[in-house]
Design a protein. Structure first.
Length: 454
């Protein structure tokens, strides 16, 4: 790109600054905490129309199931010949079944069909936790609406190219990741893990991440926001320990982020891109005779130049929203409901947690038997360990439960469901193994800090 003018710089700088303000700049919220504007907009929308969002999400999930069956059974040319609609509705039979199951669960939950005989599906602790007035799907509806529309500000105008050039020196040696992935982590940390997954998925689909990189970032860097961490530590009854708690989470999470990309299953993911092309790190190589600043700026200006149409911005944003609503919501409804039923209605997670009893006893954690199930129940929903563990007498044990639940990251009612519903190449088995490995890696670190504090 030769002799860029003032307009070229403005096309890169102005959208990027707006994107940073929306996704990465903390602002005070109405409850006194700090969060990002996208989350503030999401909360505002939920307050304004929260009572009708479950009905909207029911419609979206049912429409997705119907259109998917229509595409699979009748293969209409209007869908098959359109890349966007074909990718959205012409999915594999496995995901077709998942969408149909999600539609059935959503209908039962919304109308409480079947009464007491189906209460395990629609209760406030299972399907109701997802499709209720303040349920997860209501949150995702609002977050997806604003995040989907404004994601192009972060992705398409050169910010990732510019920032990634500088962060490559840190991200590559420590985490075996490109520098641009630091934006995903920062957006997650300040805002919400779902935003990190969405960023990662979009960049993988656009060919910026290899399969291994996308899997690593999606499962390791879509970290829990500060806001949610406050909710967890308050629920467990240790709000006054928030600062040491979050520092502990950061330390344990950093150790896990260094180790996880170097061991299976993440280390075994292919280093090819979504198009199966060979891995190519040229984007982060600095040409001779140029500084990092010069190279990063040149790449950013070139990226911004490709996006000079307001119509394209709006169309891309609209496609993002539909892709998130129809691609992800049914997965969250299906897998989230099943996982929560297992957690609430069966001893499944109690049995799975039994092997953790001797590990907790070895780490000298009081009430090890009561705490053991909280080590695995978080796979269903991250908030369940805090709910189950809040009555355990030992403050040390409650601290460990809260910190472990936050550092596990993978939970099927949100991030896990989002990952499975995205194009990121991870399977359910991958997520289960990663969840357990993160638990085993972070638990000794957290236990050690807890013994110092208590």
């Amino acid at each position: 790109m030769k002799n860029p003018g003032l307009f070229d710089y403005a096309r890169f700088i102005i959208p990027s600054i707006i994107g940073i303000l929306l996704f990465m700049t903390p602002f005070p919220a109405s409850d006194g905490s700090f969060t990002i504007p996208i989350a503030i907009l999401s909360n505002w929308l939920q307050e304004e129309i929260g009572t009708i969002i479950p009905a909207i999400m029911l419609g979206i999930i049912l429409l997705t199931a119907i259109m998917t069956l229509y595409a699979k059974l009748l293969r209409p040319q209007m869908i098959i010949r359109n890349d966007f609609w074909n990718n959205l509705f012409n999915v594999s039979w496995f995901w077709t079944v998942v969408r149909v199951v999600a539609g059935i669960f959503a209908l039962i939950t919304f109308f409480q069909l079947g009464g007491s005989s189906t209460e395990a599906i629609w209760s406030e602790y299972t399907g109701g936790l997802l499709l209720g007035n303040e349920g997860l799907l209501s949150v995702l509806f609002a977050v997806f609406l604003f995040a989907g529309m404004f994601l192009p500000l972060l992705l398409n105008f050169g910010l990732l190219e510019w920032f990634g050039t500088f962060m490559a020196k840190i991200m590559r040696p420590l985490f075996k990741l490109p520098g641009r992935s630091s934006i995903d982590a920062l957006a997650s940390w300040l805002g919400d893990g779902t935003i990190g997954v969405l960023l990662t998925s979009k960049q993988y689909e656009e060919g910026h991440y290899s399969k291994r990189e996308a899997a690593v970032i999606g499962t390791t860097f879509s970290i829990v926001s500060i806001t949610f961490s406050i909710v967890v530590i308050e629920e467990i009854g240790l709000g006054e320990y928030f600062v040491p708690f979050y520092l502990t989470v950061a330390l344990a999470g950093l150790v896990a982020a260094i180790i996880m990309p170097r061991i299976p299953p993440l280390s075994m993911k292919k280093k090819t891109y979504i198009s199966e092309a060979d891995e190519d790190d040229d984007l982060e190589e600095i040409p001779s005779g140029k500084s990092r600043l010069q190279h990063g700026t040149q790449m950013a200006l070139a990226a911004a130049k490709k996006n000079n149409s307001i119509k394209k911005f709006v169309v891309d944003g609209g496609k993002n929203i539909l892709d998130m609503w129809m691609g992800v919501a049914p997965v969250v409804m299906a897998f989230g409901t099943i996982a929560l039923i297992l957690a609430e209605e069966t001893s499944f997670f109690v049995i799975l947690g039994t092997p953790f009893v001797p590990i907790l006893e070895l780490l000298q954690i009081p009430d090890a038997a009561d705490a053991a199930q909280t080590m695995v129940v978080g796979f269903a929903d991250m908030f369940l360990p805090a709910i189950i563990g809040q009555d355990i007498p030992s403050e040390l044990t409650r601290f460990v439960i809260a910190a472990v639940s936050v550092t596990q990251l993978i939970y099927m009612s949100e991030v896990g469901g989002l990952l499975l519903g995205s194009k990121i190449p991870v399977s359910f088995l991958d997520l289960a193994i990663i969840f357990l490995l993160r638990t085993l890696i972070t638990l000794p670190i957290i236990a050690g800090v807890a013994h110092i504090l208590f």
